[in-house]
Design a protein around this ligand. Structure first.
Ligand code: CP3
Length: 358
């Protein structure tokens, strides 16, 4: 990242639009006036205003109400002054739109009524059309109008992580059934992931057409795989999604947890930015990923539960290590934990901005 003094050069000439924001510039490895920051799961249970507005409304039902989605998405922007908003939704929303009966159970996560395990099950997963997710189109349009020059991040789950929920039926520790299908029934695995890639690509295209400024592909559970298996069984499908958006003109962020061995492969899949969890320092991650990708991350979410002096020194360490990358978007290494004090998140935003000012 090029060092710049405030009041000079490219950043100040940049238009006041999402495209000229520090977040989009960092994704593109362009010079920035300060390191941008947002938090995965910033819209959610750590905020009392979120818990109030969600009271009595199911998670999936909330995702289908554009006014509610817009309000929840705005909450962390208003409260913390983060550099980007992320659409309030869930990775299983397009799968539900594709005809799979499921619920998001509080404290557990997605639960699939009838898991996908044999060839005929894959047939239950329809292609989706923009009309199937019209509520997402509407929410994004409301948000783009309300957010002004703050960029909105759209997102989707990657085929592997979606497949893991569909096959296991609920969150899993080992992904045993998923891997059994992958190794034992490769044709079914191929059919399942091909269909999931189509659904994911369409879901992201709807969000981009409605105006999101960037997209993040969440392959949260890809870290369960070896690099060889990732490249063989997973990368081709994530690449279909990411490469399918190459001409869309928005940065593509590719994120997973426990992916130290997969970082290069996740960059190769077609991302502009690779998300890194807290296990790999960003300078080491940059060596693995190579100089053509920006990085996003990677404060351990649990650090936010520690006393402030610990948080401060960890934030400074992450910022210093991030300087090794061609672009750095500050984030956590995974989502905000529900028990996080929201006041601490605001202090982290202020600290990132103040201590990274060029
Ligand atoms: O980041 C944001 O603020 C935007 C909203 C968002 C949610 N889910 C809202 C949500 C995003 C980006 C997601 C993505 C998501 N969903 C992922 C990938 C990111 C990750 O954390 O790895 C995954 C794996 C899921 C599946 C899922 N949905 C899980 C594991 C859970 C948590 C279950 C629980 O209650 O502990 C959910 C539910 C969910 N998604 C909640 C929120 C705010 C909590 C539900 C609630 O508030 O009732």
């Amino acid at each position: 990242m090029t060092t710049m003094t405030p009041g000079s050069a490219a950043h100040d000439r940049a238009p006041r639009t999402p495209a000229g924001s520090a977040f989009i510039r960092a994704c593109r490895a362009e010079p920035v006036a300060h390191t941008p920051v947002w938090f995965m799961r910033q819209a959610g249970r750590s905020l009392p205003e979120y818990r109030r507005i969600r009271d009595g409304i199911g998670m999936l039902e909330s995702c289908r109400q554009p006014d509610l989605v817009a309000e929840i998405t705005m909450q962390p922007v208003r409260r913390h002054g983060v550099d980007a908003a992320i659409l309030f939704s869930d990775i299983v929303v397009p799968v539900a739109a594709a005809g799979i009966e499921l619920d998001i159970v509080s404290g557990t996560g997605p639960v699939i009524a009838d898991p996908v395990r044999v060839a005929a099950d894959v047939g239950r997963l329809r292609r989706i059309t923009p009309e199937d997710v019209g509520f997402v189109d509407e929410a994004v349009r409301l948000l783009v109008a309300a957010l002004g020059d703050t960029p909105l991040i759209g997102f989707a789950g990657a085929p592997f992580t979606l497949a893991s929920y569909l096959v296991e039926g609920r969150p899993s520790r080992t992904y045993g059934r998923t891997k059994a299908l992958m190794y034992g029934e490769p044709q079914i695995w191929h059919a399942l992931c091909s269909r999931l890639a189509e659904i994911t690509l369409e879901f992201l295209r709807v969000q981009i057409a409605a105006g999101v400024s960037a997209v993040q592909l969440f392959d949260s559970w890809a870290g369960a795989l070896s690099e060889a298996d990732y490249r063989r069984f997973v990368l081709p499908y994530s690449a279909t999604v990411l490469n399918g958006l190459a001409d869309a003109g928005v940065p593509r962020i590719h994120f997973g947890v426990g992916t130290a061995e997969l970082l290069a492969a996740m960059g190769d899949a077609g991302a502009d930015v690779v998300g890194v969890d807290w296990r790999t320092p960003l300078d080491a991650a940059t060596v693995r990923i190579g100089p053509s990708h920006a990085v996003q991350g990677n404060l351990d979410p649990c650090v936010l539960l520690a006393p402030w002096p610990v948080i401060e020194s960890e934030v400074r360490r992450v910022l210093a290590e991030g300087l090794a990358a061609p672009g750095h978007v500050f984030n956590l290494g995974h989502g905000v934990l529900p028990e996080t004090d929201p006041g601490v998140l605001t202090r982290v935003v202020d600290l990132v901005h103040a201590s990274s000012a060029r």
